[in-house]
Structures are given as structure tokens and as C-alpha cells.
Design a protein. Structure first.
Length: 273
């Protein structure tokens, strides 16, 4: 997906979750209209179901048609590609996923998320071979890839250099459970905000929401925040404007939509697109 100008998009993981039918979706809303409803209050959704099973081109086309212009789906790639013991052998699985119909999303196709097991250690040669398998386009659409690495061995300058060489982004996880480092390795920012708390109506405290809005504005303008964990020192050079994707995922999942909407409101994007 390409955009004329850099944008901040905020959302959640998926749109089918039973507790949301009590605190997000209107009472009596047909389940078949939940994506339609969510996509008009958020600006992006990370699709997790594609990690577990192959979706049909018809499903991707349906999601595209149910959502408004400007809405974006990030799509989690198949686990059969990322859970390989030898990542260099994942070529067939990578191709099957990329050719599964994601191009049906058209302009609504956002980043492709490649999520690795927490036990997967960084091996420069093998990981580099995997990155070399990732296509740059599908059916004429440009592809943007983001790595969700979950082993502490990736918190290293060697990983950053490899990711930058291949032009892939790295997930920033706002989490104590997974490695958390905000060094930029690609042309966009991708954050998974995982600290929602059940007792807070907006998931994150208001001050934390305000701070995430400030960080997002810095990133989209080509700058970087100075209060997040890093591997390497923050660059003093301002880069070009970049797209920013922030998803409230995990933690108290029942609070994720409220957190996303609170952040959109703070960014003066209330109501989605």
C-alpha cells in the first residue's frame, strides 16, 4: 500500500471478540456487520487469523468492500513460514501466503507482519536468507514487511544492520514479555501496544495515551521520541515523513477498542475514516 502523505493509523487485532459485544459493538449488532462497524471507528486492523490458516481471495475482497476508503489492514503472515527450524527453507510457505489473495485488499493492504516464536534465536545467516525470500510486490502492489522478533538475541546492532539492509521494519512491542526496542529499521513505524489494563476504561491511563499521541506525531514527522528503549543511540538527523501504525493488542483485550479510540481522539482523528 502506498499513500500520498504519511499517516498515523490506530487500531486493534481482529474484530471478532465476544467481550467487545458488551463494551464496543452496539447491542444487537449482527456479527456479520462487526467489521463494518469497527472500521468506521478505527483506522486500521491487524488480521491475526491469517497466521493460523489460509484465507481465500474472496474473504480478502469481502473485507476490502466492507471498509471505508483510507482504512488499512495489516496482515499477519502464515506461521508455516516463520516457525520453520531453518528459515532459509521457508520459500514455498512465503510464496503460498503472498499468493493466497492478500492482493485483493488493493489500496487497503498495509504491512505484512512476520511473527517469530519467542524461542527463535537470531542467526544472521539464516535470518538474512529468510529476508531475501520476501517479495517486494504482489500483483503490482508494493509490499511492506515488518518483523515481530521475540527472542532477546535480536536486541543487537547486528540484527538492526541486517534488517536495514533488507529494508524491513521491526515491531516495537510496548511489553515486558517480549523484547522492547524502538530502533527504526524500515520506512515506517509499527507498534504493538500490549499494556492495556482491565480496570482502566481506556486501557491505558490518559497521560499514557497523550504520550503515545506525542510519539506518533514525532514519528510521522520523521523525528523520534527519546523516552523508549533502544539498542543504538537515537539519530539526531530528521528523516523523511513516515507512516505510523499503532495497534492495541494483548493485555486486557476487552479494553483495546476504547484505547484505540482514545488515541484517535487525542490525535484529532476521532470517528476513524
Amino acid at each position: 500500500m502506498s499513500t500520498a502523505a504519511a499517516a498515523i493509523r490506530v487500531g486493534v487485532g481482529g474484530w471478532t471478540y465476544e467481550p467487545w459485544r458488551d463494551n464496543f459493538f452496539p447491542a444487537g449488532l449482527p456479527h456479520s456487520r462487526e467489521l463494518e462497524y469497527a472500521s468506521r471507528r478505527l483506522t486500521a486492523i491487524e488480521v491475526n487469523g491469517t497466521y493460523y490458516r489460509t484465507q481465500s481471495p474472496k474473504s480478502f475482497a469481502k473485507w476490502r468492500d466492507e471498509t471505508p476508503d483510507g482504512f488499512v489492514f495489516s496482515v499477519k503472515a502464515s506461521r508455516y513460514a516463520t516457525n520453520q527450524k531453518v528459515l532459509a527453507d521457508a520459500g514455498d510457505s512465503v510464496r503460498r501466503f503472498v499468493d493466497s489473495g492478500i492482493a485483493e485488499l488493493g489500496a487497503k493492504l498495509g504491512p505484512v507482519v512476520w511473527q517469530f516464536m519467542p524461542t527463535k534465536r537470531f542467526d544472521a545467516a539464516d535470518f538474512g536468507a529468510f529476508l531475501g525470500l520476501l517479495p517486494t510486490r504482489v500483483a503490482g502492489l508494493p509490499l511492506r514487511h515488518v518483523m515481530d522478533v521475540r527472542h532477546p538475541s535480536f536486541v543487537a546492532p547486528e540484527y538492526l544492520a541486517l534488517a536495514r539492509r533488507h529494508g524491513v521494519a521491526t515491531v516495537f512491542a510496548d511489553s515486558d514479555e517480549y523484547p522492547s526496542f524502538c530502533d527504526l529499521t524500515g520506512s515506517f513505524v509499527y507498534g504493538r501496544l500490549m499494556r492495556t489494563e482491565p480496570e482502566i476504561e481506556t486501557g491505558y491511563p490518559r497521560k499514557a495515551i497523550d504520550r503515545w499521541a506525542e510519539r506518533a506525531r514525532l514519528w510521522v514527522a520523521g523525528d523520534e521520541p527519546d523516552d523508549l528503549p533502544r539498542v543504538e543511540p537515537r539519530s539526531s538527523k530528521r528523516a523523511q515523513a513516515r507512516d505510523v501504525f499503532l495497534f492495541f493488542i494483548s493485555g486486557a483485550k476487552e479494553r483495546a477498542p476504547a484505547a484505540a479510540m482514545a488515541l484517535l481522539e487525542r490525535l484529532d482523528q476521532a470517528g476513524g475514516r
